[in-house]
Design a protein around this ligand. Sequence first.
Ligand code: ATP
Length: 363
Amino acid sequence: MKKTLLSLRNLTKQFDGKTVLDSLDLDIADGEFITLLGPSGCGKTTLLRLMAGFEHPDAGSISLAGEELIDVAPENRPLNTVFQHYALFPHMSVFDNVAYGLKMEKRPKDEIRQRVEEALAMVQLQDYVARKPHQLSGGQQQRVAIARAVVKRPKMLLLDEPLSALDFKLRRTMQVELKRLQRELGITFVFVTHDQEEALSMSDRVVVFKDGVVQQLGTPREVYERPANLFTARFVGETNFFPGRVEAADAGDSITVDVLGLKRTFRRPDFAVVDGQSLHVLLRPEDIRVLAPDDTEGLPGRVVERNYKGSTLDSVIHLEDGTEVLASEFFDEDDPTFDYRLGEPVRVSWVDGWEWLLPEESA
Ligand code: ATP
């Protein structure tokens, strides 16, 4: 584990008597790409604004490399912010936009030129120095905003949904570019998004938030494959939740669970289980296998939705007891198991070993 750069302790913020962040503890490592992920209104922007110094916490501390930041003015904190609606100066060239902060610091001309050129090369805009913002595409403008933020060599860059105004394709391209830039610069990135796919694909670690409380902090794989609770499982990707009942809790490393009438053996979960206990069996749509109706495995059901997505065939299947199952399989025309149509009977099974168990009382 790399050393901690920013430490948040017991951070609390209220607006009009409503708690937006509740005794938050978080350590951000030097050089990591960490993403704050959560639904609208959960407090992501507030947390970023506290780090940047645009808001003052009601309680708690924010320390950077051991130095308390709470009473340090925003402009004196060694971090920079890129907002969703980045405001470039419309009358200034790309060069002058990026140079602005360094000119304010009264840096020597040669140094300014060199650093601006370097920053623009990093975002691959070295050929656009003389253009005005209105002569650039949305993605190019966003890159100027990022160059302007990195040119001051902050220890940390705070990015609040910087890609959300871009169209789908440009957004994907910029995700890759931002990640590359972060790797090359070694700057710690704190990135805010409500897009779970963006969070998973870009981050070293993801912080899942709900109502100002951290639900889980982990690598993208931990958060997706081993969600800490039902909220995280639901928010990060789509999930099937099947009701399970423990049949034999005492079989060493494994337990036997009745799932919708099927007896299955699972790895022992990290919470205590006893015979007869109810629990949730989580299966991602891509873990589900749709089988022919005459197959001997699985559970009988009927296809109620069928969406061909190009790379996958996604479907919704209703089991006979009314349970709804989401399935997503790679489409392979040579494989007859995919040969099902809307309304047809099928059987539903899943890949053993991919399920994840959560206790019934999990929030
Ligand atoms: P979004 O994804 O919609 O931007 P968010 O997770 O970033 O949401 P915040 O902007 O941090 O959420 O807001 C958290 C809560 O705090 C919301 O209920 C919001 O209305 C409230 N809030 C934020 N700023 C203020 C403010 N200056 N005064 C009063 N309430 C505020």
